[in-house]
Design a protein around this ligand. Sequence first.
Ligand SMILES: [Mg+2]
Length: 228
Amino acid sequence: MDNQVLRNDFKNIRSWVFDLDDTLYPPSKELYAQMAERIRTFIMRALGVDEKTASVIQKDYYKKYGATVCGLMVEHDISPEEFTDYVHELDLSSIRPNPVLKTRLRALAGKKFVFTNGAHHHAERVLERLDLRDCFSGIFSIREAGYIPKPAEKTYLKMLDTFGIAANESVMFDDSPANILAAKKVGMKTVWISSNVENNQYCSVDDKNFCDYETPDLAEFLAELTEE
Ligand SMILES: [Mg+2]
């Protein structure tokens, strides 16, 4: 698409909202494996089940509730703070600073926010590792969402309200098609980060027009919006 046409379409955007994992940094098999193992360990200890059963429970709840933590809350009365704090205590040494993305984010006119289904502390740590923490005016995590994860539309409305931003003046970047579709339904502009297709098996949607834009490379897309 012609860059001028693209820029025109974004000229009323005042707020830039980004998912965290697999959006602000690329999918990492190493981090997936770490997190999956910590989730399994938590479930094994909390429910007194073996590793295989824990793995089945994890997948079931992710599929049924959109986040494993929600299934554990609803079906087992587990404290969500305890779960998210434990699960997100990851070794993040594989995440490196991203100066290119930092430059692109800084070139955007308006405020930038993070909207994630992950833990608040995890988001803080990842942004520190990426050296992007000071690019963002706020983080809306699963805690602020009251443990009702994306793609619940009421969580998007709560996020917009919390940050004091208008849906029709904001854009959502996310690697999950289901999360993008929900953003579109509440009136946000949408950009799907398509670099994570094979890992997003639970997030496919039937609606072929679920996003306004698609890109495999966030920094490249932002460059088209901001470079002369
Ligand atoms: Mg994501």
